[in-house]
Design a protein around this ligand. Structure first.
Ligand code: 13P
Ligand code: ZN
Length: 275
């Protein structure tokens, strides 16, 4: 994989986020932990910045390199000027600081959600045995709307609602979606809570804010978010059309999970019985 292919992978994702209305203004951010082949595409770079202290520590990510979107940058512009809107960072050898190797021109920095991304990468690197390399945070409108539409949302309720409203969901996120109550955007607390949830799940919803999705690459992380967002859209469309009259039943979901050999958590079904 050469540098251009890698940048195009990121730009395709950020363009898709913009096109779907998930990335208003500078909303949303993306990160990709580079594998050996991708690292080779960025070989021989000198540090473009001093070491910058992180607000959190991620020792298991020592020496790792990441592509990040820049703080305040519009994801729509990544494909137009990648060197301004994304950048490559490298962590030091104890995971306490980073430096910029490429991009973020002229004086940019990685996303304000850096703590959430790095702590999430630390979790998924470990919990997926180094399989998962991508983290996306975005402002999916229908998922966000659900967090305003229900006063009593929980992980089980949100998961069961999404599973019951779209047959793809239990296959694409069999471990469910974590629901986190509102926390300040960009805070270390939000980052710690998100990373802890990712030990079990691949998706985390931030109340009144958005969603985080993870995966092997940006396509997989994006796909998981898209399926959850589509289920939320179907729910809201039914609600607007006079109310949900029918949902996938426990028996149907058990059959789907069995058919696709999902390692799922059926106990979450009780969170929302459906209709
Ligand atoms: P950044 O521009 O810093 O990436 O912030 C966007 C965002 O969505 C914060 O939650
Ligand atoms: Zn956000």
């Amino acid at each position: 994989m050469n540098r251009e292919t890698l940048i195009n992978h990121v730009a395709k994702t950020t363009r898709d986020m913009w096109d779907r209305g998930w990335a208003e203004a500078n909303g949303g951010n993306v990160s990709l932990r580079l594998n050996d082949e991708q690292n080779a595409a960025f070989a021989g770079l000198q540090g473009q910045s001093e070491w910058i202290q992180l607000s959190v520590e991620a020792p298991s990510l020592q020496g790792e390199r990441f592509i990040f979107t820049g703080t305040g940058r519009y994801l729509r512009n990544v494909e137009i000027a990648p060197e301004r809107n994304i950048g490559l960072i490298e962590l030091n050898n104890n995971g306490t600081a980073y430096r910029i190797l490429w991009g973020f021109e002229p004086n940019g920095r990685p996303t304000s959600e850096l703590a959430a991304h790095l702590l999430s990468h630390a979790t998924i690197k470990d919990s997926t045995n180094n399989y998962a390399h991508a983290v996306i945070h975005t402002h999916t409108p229908s998922i966000i709307a659900l967090t305003y539409a229900f006063a009593d949302l929980s992980t089980a309720k949100l998961t069961a609602l999404l599973w019951r409203m779209h047959a793809e969901c239990v296959v694409v996120f069999p471990k469910g979606v974590e629901f986190l109550p509102w926390m300040m955007a960009g805070s270390d607390d939000l980052g710690q809570a998100t990373a802890a949830a990712l030990r079990q799940r691949t998706l985390v919803v931030w109340e009144q804010h958005g969603i985080v999705g993870t995966g092997r690459n940006l396509d997989e992380a994006f796909g998981r978010i898209y399926v959850a967002e589509k289920a939320a859209e179907i729910y809201l469309a039914c609600a607007a059309a006079g109310g949900v009259k029918k949902t996938l039943t426990d028996a149907q979901l058990q059959a789907i999970a069995g058919n696709f050999r999902c390692n799922w958590e059926p106990s979450l079904l009780a969170g929302w019985p459906g209709v």
